[in-house]
Design a protein around this ligand. Structure first.
Ligand code: GLN
Length: 541
């Protein structure tokens, strides 16, 4: 069932085996037809996580990379659309040699081919595959069929883990195992017998429930792993090991665990630190996709929020996050998300971050926020759109180009300081939007003596991108003369990767054309986030 924590469960299993010294890779299967997650509405689907090779994927891929501290590629992400697209391509290309191409077995065969390819590419001892959706629905049936086939081909090499939710109806106050029993039976009817059941519930399971599940779902009692609600997702691997997950699963897969002790030290110290830090740093995130009805959708910026946390923990602080809808500061906003008493309220925050975004909603409000942060020396960190808007703000208020803008919002502005590059223009004119984004990892050369260099301590870095527009080369000299420093550039010097103000002028005022959040890991916080938090802590103290 979606939202029950399959992604975190899968990531945690991966993290545990990795901590035992195995090479682990992960695959996410999304049962929808979309070929990638790039075209999906963030308020419905959450964050689009961009991989090194530019693949636009589901946010679970971000959890995998963070929990396992690995980088994945497009082979690790599969949707129904991708599988069918490939089967149809092969058919058109006569690769089936005139044979009837059928949903079964050709679709499951393609699924298996992809799984094997990803495992080979990663040279993995263990490949963890998360099948999205819910047992019993049509959407993921062919993936389950592929899984069944794999098990029958290599019995000892495949294990099944079912994540199930155990409700405690408030009127009864007793945990119910029936839905889990039915889910396990539904799985049986697809020819699959689960080996482990991860029992998600608000509280840990008692022995009675474990025995009951074991008896009715045909598994050993030790195969029932308690997965109560936890304070932090990073507790989950530790909790799973309390129920000996890796030895139970290792036994099913006939793994030799003797010489593979669990090395959980670094993970545990990260988790302990995250819980023991007391001092807070107040960070305001000004973004577009925060509310859906009455709910705050923090999932949309999950990588950003996690990146902030890792750096704060490293500096012995925790983040106190304030969400500000980007329309809050629009002068003519009809329905501001939250009414603040004007921009001066921003002084209460130690730092302000503007994440990536698209379109014109709330942009004028964000520009006023950036101006305020610049003029009042509040640490400011802009990611992608947040960097482009920083450049626009600087051009408008320092260079005095009043109509400075991005072509994304007003193509007719005389001063398009953010514009589409000439080779991309042609593609847009042809209506080929899909091919016009700069996606994935690109190198940036860092200028010594800058805030960026002080953070990275490196002359060249690779960071992940997802954007269509760039700083317009015609304005670089003027902006530089007016004091803005482009401290990161593409190796050919044409594309501006980082814009900043020197430390002598501002404690931290920096924007990146790329998305550093995609590389932040619990055990390896991102240096730019750390520099931003450091400046924010300083302001707050
Ligand atoms: N909308 C901007 C662009 O396409 C920024 C994109 C982003 O923030 N990811 O260039």
């Amino acid at each position: 069932m979606s939202g029950v924590g399959k992604g975190i469960a899968a990531s945690s299993i991966g993290a545990i085996f990795k901590a035992r010294g195995f090479t682990v890779t992960m695959i996410k299967i999304d049962p929808y037809i979309n070929v990638d997650a790039g075209t999906m509405n963030p308020t419905e689907h959450g964050e689009v996580f961009v991989l090194e090779d530019g693949d636009e994927t589901d946010q679970d891929m971000g959890n995998y990379e963070r929990f396992l501290n690995i980088s994945l590629t497009r082979t690790n992400y599969m949707t129904t659309g991708r599988v069918y697209q490939e089967v149809i391509r092969k058919e058109r290309n006569l690769e089936y040699k005139g044979k009837n191409v059928e949903v079964v077995p050709d679709i499951p065969f393609e699924i298996i081919r992809r799984i094997e390819l990803a495992s080979d590419k990663a040279n993995s001892d263990i490949t963890i595959i998360e099948i999205g959706g819910t047992i019993g629905e049509y959407q993921n049936m062919l993936f389950l069929e592929a899984a069944r086939m794999m098990k029958s081909r290599a019995h000892d090499d495949v294990a099944f883990v079912m994540v199930s939710y155990l409700p405690i109806p408030s009127k009864i106050g007793e945990m119910k195992t029936k839905p889990t029993q039915y889910a396990s039976r539904t799985l049986n009817s697809a020819g699959i017998q689960t080996d482990l059941i991860i029992a998600r519930a608000s509280v840990p399971l008692d022995q009675k429930r474990k025995d009951k599940i074991a008896m009715f779902c045909n598994i050993k009692t030790e195969g029932v792993i308690s997965a109560p609600d936890v304070e932090s997702i990073y507790d989950v691997p530790i909790n799973f090991e309390r129920d000996n997950l890796s030895s139970v699963l290792g036994a099913v897969l006939k793994l030799n665990l003797k010489n593979k002790p669990l090395n959980f030290g670094p993970w545990k110290s990260f988790v302990n630190k995250s819980k023991s830090v007391k001092k807070e740093v107040n960070i305001a995130v000004v973004g577009k996709y925060f509310s859906s009805g009455d709910f705050i959708l923090s999932d949309v910026y999950i990588s950003v929020l996690e990146a902030l946390k890792y750096s704060a923990y490293k500096l012995n602080h925790k983040i106190k996050l304030h969400y500000i809808g980007s329309q809050t500061f629009e002068k003519d906003a009809k329905k501001p998300t939250r009414q603040l008493g004007g921009l001066k309220e921003l002084n209460q925050y130690d730092g302000i971050l503007v994440p990536g975004g698209f379109g014109s909603n709330g942009v004028e409000g964000i520009i006023s926020v950036i101006q305020y942060a610049r003029e009042h020396k509040i640490p400011y960190f802009g990611l992608c759109y947040g960097m482009q808007l920083l450049v626009i703000e600087y051009a408008r208020h320092v260079l005095k180009l009043k109509d400075a803008n991005t072509a994304e919002i007003n193509k007719d502005s005389k001063n398009l300081v953010i514009d589409i590059m000439p080779d991309q223009k042609k593609k847009v004119a042809e209506g080929n939007y899909g091919g016009t984004m700069r996606l994935g990892a690109y190198e940036a050369v860092i200028t010594r003596g800058t805030v960026a260099y002080e953070a990275y301590k490196n002359d060249a870095v690779e960071e992940r991108h997802r954007h269509r527009y760039e700083v317009n080369p015609d304005y670089i000299q003027k902006l530089t003369d007016a004091g803005l420093v482009f401290s990161g550039k593409s190796p050919d010097g044409i594309l501006m990767e980082i814009a900043e103000l020197p430390k002598s002028k501002h404690p931290f005022f920096l924007g990146t054309q790329f998305h550093p959040e995609f590389l932040a890991r619990p055990l390896a916080p991102h240096p730019l986030f750390t520099a931003f938090i450091k400046a924010s802590i300083k302001k707050g103290s």
